[in-house]
Write a protein that binds this ligand. Structure first.
Ligand code: AMZ
Length: 350
């Protein structure tokens, strides 16, 4: 009888020894036939770490669980749920931030920021926002695309409705071009405002706002081939994205959102080299944006988390269903599951 196997597997504590302490595996394929059948699994956090498991063992629920599960009781009482392999330091959680881009009151995604390539996902952005919150989002990212292009707020009614309805912090970028506008938004209950164009055109305003509202001002640096783009990405400057980041080193901004325009809305994977350069350019925490197309793309960011990449904005992949929000939060969030807690002690031999 054919057996359908899921793609995600969690090793139970008794199996962890044999798997080098990895909990979360992905199915690569099957080998052999009948009673000889084995499956090949690969550790999600270490590509290349593979084990061959006889099918009968995979069916043993004391050893393996389908899906990526939380293993209760694995961590010592009171310890953070995210120990690293050597137990020396705590794994750095990465925040998954769903994005709602607003155009004419609707929830859309653009391809590489091109206003001529619009996909509409919902005409009820408030319902969408509530849904991301229900699925466990800890923060919501809003972009007023009309505002970014024209500098004029167009989507305020829906922005305010979302901010009032949600209990998680909400941030907004797009068209925030003056002190008054930024303060109006902060007074409405937005947790953070994102300044993009202003960061190039009036850097002093960023400094002034950051000192008046510590922890609530974010710089949005959107780059095309390493150079900063502004005004809905219609204009490109001659300023290097990393130089702009450096220039705000001591301004007291909460974070830099680093967007790679070439990958934005494409699901093609993040530009890790550009993100690494941004993270290394200053001590300001970096939030990655652009190109996320799969859970593996999100996991790949964990390699640069120690450099200060503390979050990732996910848009199209969530709407397309390529990434499941709750699964992604479980995989890289504060109580993530997949960090090994037991030192490796060899691998399965077949
Ligand atoms: O997709 C676009 N064309 C686009 C976009 N997503 N243009 C701007 N923005 C976003 C930036 C940033 O969050 O990523 O708008 C904000 C910047 O707006 P402004 O108005 O401050 O430059």
């Amino acid at each position: 009888m054919p057996v359908r196997l899921g793609n995600a597997w969690t090793a139970q504590p008794p199996a962890l020894d044999a798997t080098g302490g990895y909990r979360h595996f992905q199915l690569l394929g099957q080998r052999g036939r009948g009673g000889e059948r084995t499956v090949e699994l690969e550790a999600v956090l270490e590509k290349g770490f593979r084990v061959l498991v006889p099918l009968a063992e995979l069916r043993d629920r004391r050893l393996w669980l389908p899906g990526w599960q939380r293993l209760a009781g694995l961590e010592p009482e009171g310890a953070p749920a995210t120990g690293l392999q050597d137990g020396s330091s705590q794994a750095i959680p990465m925040q998954i931030i769903p994005a709602i881009d607003l155009l004419g009151g609707q929830c859309v995604r653009l391809h590489q920021g091109d206003y001529g390539q619009v996909t509409r996902f919902s005409d009820d952005p408030l319902a969408q926002a509530l849904d991301w919150q229900r699925q466990g989002a800890q923060r919501l990212h809003l972009v007023d695309l009309d505002g970014a292009k024209t500098g004029q707020p167009v989507n305020d009614a829906v922005v305010k409705a979302i901010t009032a309805a949600l209990t998680i912090p909400v941030q907004l970028g797009g068209g925030v071009r003056s002190l008054e506008r930024a303060e109006e938004l902060l007074a409405c209950g937005l947790d953070r405002v994102i300044l993009g164009t202003v960061a190039i055109e009036q850097p002093e305003l960023v400094r002034q706002l950051a000192s008046r509202h510590p922890g609530r001002i974010v710089v949005g640096i959107d780059a095309k081939d390493g150079l900063v783009a502004t005004r809905g990405w219609i204009e490109t400057s001659t300023v290097q994205a990393t130089e702009l980041a450096k220039s705000f080193e001591d301004a007291g901004v909460a974070a830099i959102i680093s967007t790679d325009i070439a990958t934005d809305g494409t699901l093609a994977g993040p530009n890790l080299a550009a993100l690494r350069a941004m993270a290394e350019a200053s001590r300001i925490p970096v939030i990655a944006s652009g190109g996320i197309g799969s859970l593996e793309d999100i996991l790949s960011l964990l390699s640069i988390a120690p450099l200060g990449v503390e979050g990732v904005i996910v848009g199209r992949a969530l709407y397309d269903g390529a990434v499941d929000l709750a699964e992604a939060i479980a995989a890289v969030g504060p109580e993530r599951l997949q960090d090994a807690v037991i030192p490796p002690s060899g691998s399965i031999t077949v």
